[in-house]
Ligand binder design. Structure first.
Ligand SMILES: Nc1ncnc2c1ncn2[C@@H]1O[C@H](COP(=O)(O)OP(=O)(O)OP(=O)(O)O)[C@@H](O)[C@H]1O
Ligand SMILES: Nc1ncnc2c1ncn2[C@@H]1O[C@H](COP(=O)(O)OP(=O)(O)OP(=O)(O)O)[C@@H](O)[C@H]1O
Lengths: 217, 217
């Protein structure tokens, strides 16, 4: 079980915090707005009133001991960047930052954060793809119980072709792609032979994926 | 070619406007902040300074003649709701609204808007799914040139089985699901016979999908 820290309780940060806690993770949140802390304290492990750009606050709150920190505050770019740099200096293994725009995002990349998130821009692209591709019908959401995941193959898969493995009949999943070396084979044919080190990108209903995962261990 | 109206030039609204214009659509935007209008006017068809909650402004700007209006302003809930109601009254065919939270979203649903968007909350769920499903590895983004789309089958597909059609070899695409009647067959087997009225949910690289679409016409 991992310890997650969330800095800033806007819509994105609050949702990340509550969802992680719901998934039984340890969640510490920091915000300088007392009303936000009061509103969320029963829905997370610990909630602290503090300045995310202050090293002392990050240490006292336990953010400094987290495995993953999500910097969700993005209107105050300075606070966001300072917090990112502090988290890197404190040795946080994984730092994820919401960025206000691409200039902000590029700065964060130079600080070597692990991931930059652009919620509004991503939602805009998704909506535009849906609206402006009528000739091909719209991008269809397949539903919440469907997933695409990456798995390392079972020992028993190595050296066998996809046709032989027949994963669709056995597990009701589809192999969408095989990641190998630095590249990706999209829609691999049945002749594709699974090699050690491959990552199979599979699509299916959650139950089917769970069954496959149990076998994979 | 459709006429799109965007009300409010935050990160989401600005991105929607620029992306639609880039896709050669007609784009009208309204914002009461002159600097935002100045910044975007060369990247859209028309940009107007105005109050999105004012019927006169919606008419003068041409928003009232749009096929689709996206209400992208969401901090001022009153302005967002007023604009939504005005758009419905003006007979706009499709009204899409960004909502600040689910209470706001429910109000918009009662106004019968066509779609409510929650960019920050959706991004949070996507990130949490990526972070908190380690046992099955993380949800892998396959890249920007991959898509999942729904298509109506060619006349020549009707009555044939997926095995016969062999779409993977012919078009390098995978059929992930078949929508039929009110339901969806996930990962259909090769024996599945395509019927009139089916919608095929297909996965592949954009070029492959374009090739398929050209055939579909
Ligand atoms: N220096 C800071 N220290 C601690 N908390 C801060 C600091 N600056 C801002 N916050 C808090 O960060 C939270 C979110 O900030 P932000 O301005 O990014 O919101 P937002 O852009 O509306 O977020 P979202 O788009 O996710 O809803 C607020 O609750 C605010 O109190
Ligand atoms: N009544 C109004 N009439 C016209 N424009 C408005 C009105 N109210 C706000 N705006 C404009 O809407 C824009 C975006 O508003 P909003 O406060 O929703 O931004 P935001 O939450 O930061 O958006 P995003 O999360 O997409 O970045 C601003 O450019 C603002 O000038």
């Amino acid at each position: 079980r991992k310890q997650y820290g969330i800095l800033g309780l806007g819509r994105f940060g609050s949702k990340v915090a509550r969802e992680l806690y719901f998934k039984k993770q340890e969640v510490i949140v920091v915000d300088h707005d007392e009303s936000k802390i009061q509103a969320i304290k029963d829905q997370v492990t610990h909630a602290f009133i503090g300045n995310i750009a202050d090293e002392g606050a990050l240490k006292e709150s336990g953010i400094a001991d987290c495995d993953v920190v999500i910097i969700a505050e993005s209107s105050d770019i300075e606070a966001n960047i300072m917090a990112a740099q502090l988290c890197k200096m404190l040795g946080i293994k994984k730092v994820i930052c919401k960025a206000q725009n691409t200039v902000h995002g590029k700065i964060l990349e130079k600080l070597q954060v692990d991931q930059v998130v652009y919620p509004e821009q991503d939602a805009a692209i998704k909506l535009v793809n849906k609206l402006a591709s009528q000739k091909i019908l719209d991008y269809l959401e397949l539903g919440e119980h469907i997933a695409i995941i990456g798995i390392t193959p079972l020992e028993s898969f190595i050296g066998k072709s996809l046709l032989d493995l027949n994963l669709r009949s056995r597990y009701n999943i589809t192999v969408l792609a095989v990641r190998r070396g630095g590249g990706t084979i999209i829609n691999p044919t049945g002749e594709t032979v699974i090699a050690r080190g491959d990552i199979l990108v599979v699509f299916g209903e959650e139950d089917a994926l769970k069954r496959l995962n149990l076998d994979i261990g």
